[in-house]
Design a binder for this molecule. Structure first.
Ligand code: GAR
Length: 197
């Protein structure tokens, strides 16, 4: 059974979908802890499933490195096989990425390498593209620049707002995330050589 720690910043709807999948008999991964960089609403989903949570408030630390060191310490305590960034809206310090790499993945609401960063949906809308998408990637030291594990196109519709487009992307993200975690757990997907698996 693959053990997973999830990090969030917001509402945690994708986290909830993963928790629901992981509670199904036969799903080969389980969530062992959920952490956040602020008192995120989404921590409630973990509580609903009886999963321990921790918060490492970014603003309480003098630097990104100090915050990252505490976050890594909290994660380490759970010995997760995999760390999932599910809406964590902070760039992890390189030392944290190095400690957990390559077993650290991220979901993103765009078809990477298109529209990386904190405003993937807004940027796609502003660019006037007809299609954007959802991606699950391996985290590296860059901003949404690691190897793509799964991605799918989502059309931009006339009259879309950032919220309506994001609402259509998220179900795709959830499906991709649940499937990627399953394939990592079964060994179908190898994070050391993602392109060849
Ligand atoms: C998701 O769309 C996730 O991909 C995005 O935040 C949302 C979190 O939603 N992450 C990023 O944009 C990271 N660059 P949720 O809190 O409802 O799961």
């Amino acid at each position: 059974m693959l053990t997973v720690a999830v990090l969030i910043s917001g509402t945690g709807s994708n986290l909830r979908a993963l928790l629901e999948a992981a509670s199904e008999p036969g799903y080969p991964a389980r969530v062992v802890a959920v952490g956040a960089d602020r008192p995120a609403d989404g921590l409630q989903h973990a509580a609903d499933f009886g999963i321990p949570t921790f918060t490492v408030p970014f603003r309480a630390y003098g630097s990104r490195e100090e915050w990252g060191a505490e976050l890594a310490a909290q994660l380490r305590a759970w010995k997760p096989d995999l760390v999932v960034l599910s809406g964590l809206m902070r760039l992890l310090p390189a030392a944290v990425v190095a400690e957990f790499a390559p077993n650290i993945i991220n979901t993103h609401p765009a078809y990477l390498p298109e529209f990386p960063g904190a405003h993937g949906v807004r940027d796609a809308l502003a660019a006037g593209v007809e299609h954007t998408g959802a991606s699950v990637i391996v985290v590296d030291e860059g901003v949404d620049s690691g190897p793509v594990l799964a991605q799918e196109r989502v059309p931009v519709l006339p009259g879309d707002t950032e919220a309506s487009l994001h609402d259509r992307i998220k179900p795709v993200e959830r499906r991709l995330l649940i499937d990627v975690v399953r394939r990592i757990a079964t060994g179908e997907l190898n994070l050391r050589t993602p392109a060849s698996s």
